[in-house]
Design a protein around this ligand. Structure first.
Ligand code: HEC
Length: 113
């Protein structure tokens, strides 16, 4: 009994990287502290598909404002992969290195209205 449970726990551990990344959980852990209504970052409600650096009331960096365009999936992916490479001078400094995590987060952003 105990051994079976231990084995199951071990199996689920080793299977973890293959499980689908949870966008909501990743967002809550990595993004919300700045994008959850604090002054640190703009709200991300409706950000997917919208104009870059267009939320009223947030003082964007000149770098992100100069970028122009809209937050397509490709732009979101590039920004989250390497923010400063996408928009030199951006005030957002940390990225999301893992591709599957970026994809899950982007899906989550699309659901944020
Ligand atoms: C330490 C604070 C911080 C964290 C953590 C953070 N961001 Fe940001 N984010 C910012 C700031 C500041 C900006 C504005 C950047 C600028 O003006 O150059 C920004 C901008 C953005 C934008 C563009 C918003 C717009 O209106 O154009 C997106 C999209 C974004 N962040 C997504 C994320 C996601 C997804 C995460 C989590 C993986 C995250 N951010 C984590 C601070 C943060």
């Amino acid at each position: 009994m105990y051994r079976a449970a231990a084995l199951a726990a071990l199996l689920s551990l080793s299977a973890a990287p293959a499980l689908a990344a949870d966008g909501a959980q990743l967002f809550n852990m990595q993004c919300k502290m700045c994008h959850g209504g604090s002054v640190m970052g703009p709200t991300l409600n409706g950000v997917a598909g919208g104009d870059i650096a267009s939320k009223p009331g947030f003082a964007y960096s000149p770098g992100l404002k100069a970028k122009g365009g809209t937050w397509t999936d490709a732009n979101l992916d590039a920004f989250l992969k390497a923010p400063a490479q996408f928009a030199p001078g951006t005030k957002m400094l940390i990225g999301v290195p893992a591709e599957e995590n970026r994809a899950a987060i982007i899906d989550y952003l699309k659901a944020l209205k």
